[in-house]
Structure formats: C-alpha cells, structure tokens
Design a protein around this ligand. Structure first.
Ligand code: ATP
Length: 294
C-alpha cells in the first residue's frame, strides 16, 4: 500500500509501506485530491492495487468512490497527487491515453451502442482494441464466457436490460485484458442472478491477469472477491487493508455517525470543512467529516 495518507487512516494489519523490493503496483494512487469546480471531493487519497489483485472501493453515498474512479481513468483532473499505472505516471493524462496505457473503465450504462446489435458492439470493440484479425476468436471467447450474450447476439444494444448491457460492457474488455479494470457500481440495481453473472465475469477477467478496482455499494458482495479494501468517507481514506477488516471499519464509521447524530452534534461533522489533507480523513474513531468547498 502507498503511504502518505496520514495518521488518520485506519490501516489493516497486513499493509505496510512499499519496501525496496516491493513489486510495482498495477495502480498506485498517491496523495490525490480532486474537485468539481470549487467543490472539493477528494482529500489526499492514497491506496494501491497490486498487479493481478482485486481491491474493493467502498463507502457511503457521496463518499467519493466514483470520483476516484474518474480520476484514475483520466476523466477528472487531480488538483494534487499522482496516479501511476504499472509504474508509469499517468496523472492528468487524457482518458484515451490512460486507456492506451492499460486502463479500462466500465461504468453502469456506458459504452453500449443502442443502435448496434450485441455482435456489432463486440466486433467494433474487438476491432478497435485488437485489430480485425482478432475478431472471430474474440467473439468465441466472449460467447463462451457469457453465453447470455451469444443467445442475444442479434439483439440491439438499446433493447438489452440494464444487467445485460453491463455484461456486454465487460465482454468488450475480454479481448485484450487491460492491466487494470475499474468497475464502477456495475451491479447497481441488478437482480441477484444477474449480479452473479457480472461477478463471474469480473473473476474471469481477473484470472486472465487484470487487476481490479471494484467500486461497490454492495459491501458483502465485493468483499467476497476482493483481497483488500479501501473505505472512503467524506472524500478521504478511512480504512485500507485486508478485506476482513473493512466491514468492521464501515460499522465503526456508521456507529460513530449515529453517536454524533444522537448527541445532536451534527455540526461536528462539518467542523473540518476547510481541511484539505490528512487531517480531513476519517480516522479509526470515526469520520472527521472533512469535505467542503474551497
Ligand atoms: P454514490 O455511491 O452515491 O454514487 P460516490 O461515493 O460515488 O457516491 P461521488 O459520485 O464520487 O460519490 O461524489 C462525491 C461528491 O462529489 C458528492 O458530494 C457529489 O455530490 C459530488 N459530485 C460528484 N459529481 C459532481 C459533479 N459533476 N459536480 C459537482 N459535484 C459533484
């Protein structure tokens, strides 16, 4: 794990800073802050995703999860900090260059062409990523991995269910396994059976060597597949470490939030509203509530 997130972060026991011989992580996020105009959304966020590893990024609504996924994918610039992909600094590079460097970003409802059939969607993606000659074999692999898509190969993308569209988005990355896949709430609102298929797809992609950063609200679900977790609270890292410790961290955050509400001290939650740094993070004793406007 990267250092630099300050003492307020609850570290899991198996973390520890990168040693001299530490392998280069697939994704390394160091001290990243980001804002939407004047609105600060991330404060000094640090974590990494080991090569071939699976990391869950969890947190309550508005904690900053999607903002992290946008920043690492090059869709939102950082105001501070560094993002490295396989050791290469990709901070504030445009999204297409980050993608070219090995990053794939799958977001709910994105990347499916409504007026193309399933097969046309796949062919287009495979041609772009791997060239015309790779298309037939890639199609076979996609239909083998996701039989549901084979059954619907002639159906227009726009008429697929939400779950089927997300499976199609995942299938597109199978052809050339990216170094890192950021999956942003791709199981949101899906029926449990479809969620199973999505997670099965994520597992396959990971087995093919891709490191995963899975942004999720369904904590139980994602912690089954992830070895490590990062818990965000108010735009800061509240916990990073083994998945086993993440639930406890989430419960601690919820507990301290409830206590604060019970004590009628809602103001305490915005006491650090101008903080921009490690001090704004939520520590082991609860969230410091350091989100605010610049
Ligand atoms: P959820 O689980 O509800 O999707 P999240 O953890 O992904 O939440 P983000 O979407 O990263 O949270 O949002 C973090 C904060 O940034 C929120 O307070 C949100 O309102 C704010 N935010 C997100 N997108 C924008 C935007 N385009 N403009 C201004 N503020 C934004």
């Amino acid at each position: 794990m990267s250092g630099g997130a300050g003492p307020a972060v609850a570290e899991g026991s198996a973390t520890g800073g990168p040693g001299v011989d530490a392998p280069v992580p697939a994704l390394d996020v160091v001290g990243v802050s980001a804002a939407y105009g004047p609105y600060r959304a991330l404060f000094d966020v640090s974590f990494d995703v080991p090569a071939g590893g699976v990391v869950a990024l969890i947190g309550s609504n508005g904690a900053g999860k999607s903002t992290v996924s946008r920043v690492v994918s090059g869709l939102l610039p950082t105001s501070a900090g560094t993002v490295r992909l396989d050791g290469t600094d990709v901070t504030n590079r445009p999204a297409f260059k980050v993608a070219r460097a090995g990053m794939a970003h799958v977001v709910e409802g994105r990347g499916v062409f409504a007026s193309l059939t399933v097969e046309e969607n796949l062919k287009l993606a495979f041609r772009q990523r791997a060239g015309r000659r790779a298309v037939p074999e890639s199609l076979d692999r996609a239909y083998e991995a996701f039989p549901l898509l084979g059954a619907r190969r002639g159906q227009y993308g726009g008429t697929l269910s939400g779950g089927e569209q997300r499976i199609l988005s995942l299938a597109k990355v199978l052809v050339v396994p990216p170094r890192v896949l950021v999956a942003d709430e791709i199981s949101l609102g899906l029926a449990p059976l479809v969620t199973d298929i999505v997670y099965d797809g994520l597992r396959r992609i990971n087995e093919a060597g891709t490191a995963l950063l899975i942004v999720e609200q369904q904590v139980d679900r994602v912690l089954e597949i992830a070895e490590r977790a990062v818990v965000l609270e108010h735009g800061s890292v509240a916990y990073r470490g083994p998945s086993a410790g993440a639930l406890e961290a989430v419960e601690r955050l919820l507990g301290s939030r409830e206590r604060a509400e019970a004590e009628g001290s809602a103001e305490a939650g915005v006491a650090d509203a101008d903080a921009d740094g490690p001090g704004s993070g939520a520590g082991p004793d609860g969230p410091a509530g350091g989100r605010g406007r610049a």
